[in-house]
Design a protein around this ligand. Structure first.
Ligand code: 13P
Ligand code: SF4
Length: 347
């Protein structure tokens, strides 16, 4: 597709209106008219390919802002994007996120061709536990209900009783009848879950495996103390993949969707976002009046997504870009995710 100069300039203007405010990239990437004009032919081509292929693009809030605001049809957290994947009528779903998210889309929309821009976009949590390892753990705790965080492989989901996300984990586990829960693969979220259930007066035993998120496990309480002394009135906002020591001294802990909502609806002079920088970028676009003091980190896996890889996948996907799953595993994993939808809070 050859776009006219006029179409490219209009597209560059459209991109600039969103991206102008984004300046949270620790690599120093700047968004100005020239930068938007440089990518405009690519976003135009991708949007035309989407129409041609009857495709949609789902983008997690951690991917680059030019994907989120240039070509994505839906942007959000893992729960929201799973709902959109399940509802999708498109022939093709491109998942700009990480592989376990694309696998989840394939589990929920098996008729669609699901594409992942970069097959190496793993996740330290999903990669920490295999289906075989979970089978061995289950043998040690045969009476436990197995709850898997959505940041897990399709094999792990197939071995689990119910899936949860960062937005519904406390609610779902609180309401499960079992007293003993085997929670995988995030040890830190499991520890935060234990604390939260105790706070709610719920008596459950939470056994965890040993994975952590390589981005969120890096934040420490000392960073928070230093920031609070420098910025009076600061609100500290964290993800439940952070350590319990961090969660204990934050103003708010929640999913990326809940973190966005909290910032948009809270009046504070400054915010410290203990999460991936992409989320701060989204807030700079959608709540440009708010002040963020830095401190976010990059997820190397999320940052493997690019407009070029999305374009290539839509033009002619390589075998590695096409998500395929064994049908028996897919069906069992779908059961575990459907149980999550049935048990999720309705608000
Ligand atoms: P959310 O579902 O809260 O967006 O979390 C996904 C994730 O990978 C966080 O690191
Ligand atoms: Fe996985 Fe952490 Fe990256 Fe989220 S931020 S995709 S949990 S490695």
């Amino acid at each position: 597709m050859i776009a006219t100069d006029q179409a490219i300039e209009a597209e560059a203007d459209r991109l600039l209106r969103s991206l102008l405010h984004v300046d949270c990239d620790p690599r120093g990437k700047q968004w100005n008219y020239e930068a938007c004009r440089a990518i405009a032919p690519l976003t135009l081509e991708i949007n035309a390919l989407k129409r041609e292929r009857e495709a949609i693009i789902l983008a997690h809030s951690y991917v680059e802002p030019e994907i989120i605001y240039g070509v994505a049809d839906f942007r959000g957290d893992s729960y929201f994007l799973s709902v959109k994947a399940r509802e999708a009528k498109a022939k093709v779903i491109v998942f700009a996120g990480v592989v376990f998210m694309a696998e989840t889309a394939k589990i929920l929309s098996p008729e669609a061709t699901v594409l992942v821009p970069d097959r190496d976009s793993g996740c330290s949590l999903a990669d920490s536990l295999t289906g075989d390892q979970l089978r061995k753990l289950k043998a040690l705790y045969p009476d436990a209900t197995v709850v898997c965080y959505i940041n897990s492989t399709a094999d792990v989901k197939a071995e689990s009783d119910v899936c949860v996300t960062s937005g519904n984990v406390y609610h779902i586990v609180e309401h499960l009848p079992a007293k003993r829960i085997l929670f995988v693969p995030d040890r830190l979220m499991g520890e935060n879950l234990r604390t939260e259930l105790k706070r709610r007066g719920v008596d459950k035993e939470i056994i965890t495996s040993d994975g952590t998120c390589m981005v969120h496990d890096q934040f420490g309480p000392a960073d928070i103390a230093a920031a609070r002394s420098q910025f009076p009135g600061l609100k500290v906002v964290a993800h439940p993949e952070c350590t319990p020591e961090v969660a204990a001294v934050c103003d708010f802990v929640g999913s990326t969707g809940a973190m966005m909502k909290y910032v948009k609806t809270t009046g504070a002079p400054y915010y410290l976002m203990l999460t991936e920088c992409g989320l701060v970028g989204r807030l700079q676009v959608e709540a440009p009046e708010k002040n963020f003091i830095g401190g976010c980190r990059l997820c190397p896996y999320m940052k493997l997504n690019s407009l070029e890889k999305i374009r290539d996948a839509l033009r002619s996907p390589s075998p590695e870009q096409i998500v395929t799953l064994d049908e028996n595993i897919r069906r069992r994993a779908a059961h575990c995710i459907e149980r999550m939808f049935a048990l999720s809070p309705t608000d």
